[in-house]
Design a binder for this molecule. Structure first.
Ligand code: FEO
Length: 395
């Protein structure tokens, strides 16, 4: 069923309450998501984006219930990823000649996904498309935010920025707007989305935000492609993005580890105790990597100024959840964060050296030489861990 956005603009997307993993198994979505598609019914009828492939039939059926599909004049595809373009092949079976407006890179991704030679019309930043009644669409390329093909589309008159993935959240909601939903959910999911998807592109984002500001377009609604639309103070999420893109960190130190026989866990807790003793103001959190959702953990890393990483030594190396998580952090290209290592061992004890090497390679500044404890930490080793925590807090 369509929902009213503003004047002649409607939401015609899909709320996916069941979604728990996105990008295959890569990203947790505890609260589902939405695939937001929009219908503009001015003198010209425009469809902006579609929905994910499993919902293609439902989407086209619903759309055909709202309008005669032949009445669609233009289709705008802001981004070729399948969660937004998945219903396009089925829709195009009904209206095969309708023009599709997208970036040059989106033509590549759409052809790559669907192997169809549709009526593509390539647009660049600043290109305009008249939709009648004095309103126009203005296109803004958003390369690497988050794919090379991404763009945003702005509707003059109604002052709506259809931002696609940017400013979105994986959050299922029947309500459309930011002011209608739980604010904790909204901001947590917006931050999780940024931390897990957009962090590597922060430098590009900083420039793009300046470029969008220079266009001087009044923005009344930011109509994202996932989750709630920003209607109340819509620029608040732009301001958040500007903060998050500046090598974001809060006054938080996060201790993360994996452990075989709990020795490394004991060290983790004692290090946390030492950090808090030395700095009563800092927020300290402790997580067992193997028992924590990795995308929630990335969100904690995103908020941290220092990440303290621990592992038992096994097979002359680190435990695989630790190696895997450092690999994940490396891919997200965090900058301006510090790190330190710790771990228990029985025999050879290489884990701390390896964690230091991996964390340095992942872009973290190593602030201490590392703490090792052989066998189960006794009172003396636990005291050393508290002191190590104090040292990290002061670093
Ligand atoms: Fe929501 Fe990049 O797809």
């Amino acid at each position: 069923m369509k929902k009213h956005v503003k004047n002649n603009v409607y939401w015609v997307g899909k709320v996916d309450w069941e979604l728990r993993k996105f990008h295959g198994e890569e990203l947790s979505t505890h609260k589902g998501s939405t695939y937001n598609s929009y219908l503009i019914q001015e003198e010209k009828t425009v469809l902006i984006d579609t929905v994910w492939l499993p919902f293609a039939e439902e989407f086209v059926e619903n759309l055909a219930g709202e309008i005669d599909l032949d009445k669609i004049d233009y289709i705008v595809i802001n981004h070729g990823e399948i969660d937004h373009s998945g219903a396009l092949p089925l829709l195009m079976k009904h209206i095969p000649d309708k023009p599709i407006y997208c970036t040059a890179n989106a033509v590549k991704s759409l052809k790559g996904h669907y192997h169809q030679d549709w009526n593509f019309n390539v647009v660049k930043t600043g290109d305009r498309l008249d939709v009648g009644n004095g309103k126009e669409l203005i296109f803004v390329e958003m390369p690497m935010l988050h794919w090379p093909d991404s763009m945003a589309t702005y509707l003059t008159g109604d002052n709506i920025l259809f931002s696609n993935d940017a400013f979105g959240q994986h959050l299922a909601t029947e309500k459309l707007f930011n002011d209608e939903i739980d604010q904790c959910d909204l901001f947590y999911e917006a931050m999780k989305y940024y931390a897990n998807i957009l962090t590597p592109f922060s430098a590009i984002l900083r420039k793009k935000l300046q470029e969008i500001a220079a266009l001087n377009l009044p923005i009344e609604i930011i109509a994202t492609s996932h989750g709630a639309l920003w209607r109340e103070n819509p620029l608040q999420i732009v301001e958040k993005y500007a903060q998050w893109a500046q090598d974001y960190r809060e006054n938080q130190i996060t201790v993360i580890y994996s452990t075989m026989w709990n020795g490394t866990k004991i060290l983790a807790e004692k290090i946390a105790e030492g950090i808090q003793l030395a700095d009563p103001d800092v927020t300290v959190k402790v997580f067992n990597i193997a028992k924590t959702d990795e995308n929630d953990l990335i969100t904690e890393v995103f908020k941290s100024k220092t990440v303290v990483v621990g592992s038992s030594t096994m097979g002359n190396s680190v435990l695989h959840p630790v190696a895997g998580f450092i690999h994940l952090m490396k891919g997200l290209k965090f900058r301006g964060k510090k790190a330190a290592a710790f771990g228990c061992y029985g025999w050879s004890g290489e884990s701390v050296r390896i964690i230091n090497e991996l964390m340095k390679d992942a872009g973290f500044e190593i602030v201490a030489e590392g703490l090792r404890a052989q066998w189960n930490p006794d009172a003396e080793a636990q005291k050393a861990a508290v002191e190590y925590g104090k040292k990290i807090a002061m670093a």
